[in-house]
Design a protein around this ligand. Structure first.
Ligand code: 5RP
Length: 223
């Protein structure tokens, strides 16, 4: 199976985690696009399949609205049953690196509303230790150089992502050269660097379940 087919497989499988008639939290990325496609198909059979969605990006919002799904502002919701999102890396404990699509801040906010975080990913995303994928960090523009110097002290090499402004008007610094062995501690430490809005390590609120697309089918990892 191609990577695209694996993404479609887990996108469809994620529907099983969405209670009928509920409001679902929706992440961002090419794997989530497959989930949104599957949701669109399900709505054709049952127009009440979901009552609406809370979205983590302009990109996903536009896609959801294109299917006629009501997108509610996060601030109008106090709790979601489930949040569905992809990952750039996920380890065997459910810690993730996210933000390859620059949507990490809103993803962390919407994920925090949800009781359950269902990560959908193809098998290439499963790693022993986080850090091979360049770590995305959303930063206030005036702090970018300062944040890059702070990462240098941690052994990382940061670079501003060219041509990218986040949905929140900030920059993304991608950091290479890290091996993140204690993700929750690392997340807390990076949150202390002035000018950091969000670090792309999702460890304090990690995945509850990962639906991993493999050539043998969907493998379910529970954490
Ligand atoms: C966006 C993300 C995505 O979930 C992550 O980049 C994975 O994307 P894809 O499903 O396209 O591989 O964190 O900010």
């Amino acid at each position: 199976m191609t990577q695209d087919e694996l993404k479609a497989l887990v996108g469809r499988a994620a529907l099983d985690y969405v209670p009928s008639g509920s409001i679902v939290g929706v992440g961002t990325g090419s794997t989530v696009d497959k989930f949104i496609d599957a949701l669109g198909e399900a709505l054709k059979a049952d127009p009440k399949r979901v009552a609406g969605a809370v979205s983590s990006s302009v990109r996903s919002t536009e896609r959801l609205q294109g299917l006629g799904i009501t997108v509610l502002p996060a601030e109008s919701v106090t709790e979601l049953g489930v949040y569905i999102d992809g990952a750039d890396e996920i380890d065997h404990a459910g810690h993730m690196i996210k933000g390859g699509g620059a949507a990490l801040t809103r993803e962390k906010i919407v994920a925090d509303l949800a009781q359950q975080f269902v990560c959908i990913a193809d098998e290439s995303k499963l790693v022993e230790a986080l850090g091979k994928f360049p770590l995305p960090v959303e930063v206030i523009p005036m702090a970018a150089a300062q944040v890059i110097r702070a990462f240098a002290k941690l052994g990382g090499s940061g670079k501003v992502r060219e041509g990218v402004t986040t949905d929140n008007g900030n920059l993304i610094v991608d950091v290479t050269g890290l091996r993140i062995l204690a993700p929750a501690q690392f997340e807390s430490d990076v949150n202390q660097i002035p000018g950091v809005v969000t670090v792309g390590v999702f460890a304090r609120n990690k995945a509850s379940v990962c639906l991993l697309g493999t050539s043998a089918g969907v493998k379910t990892l529970s954490f």
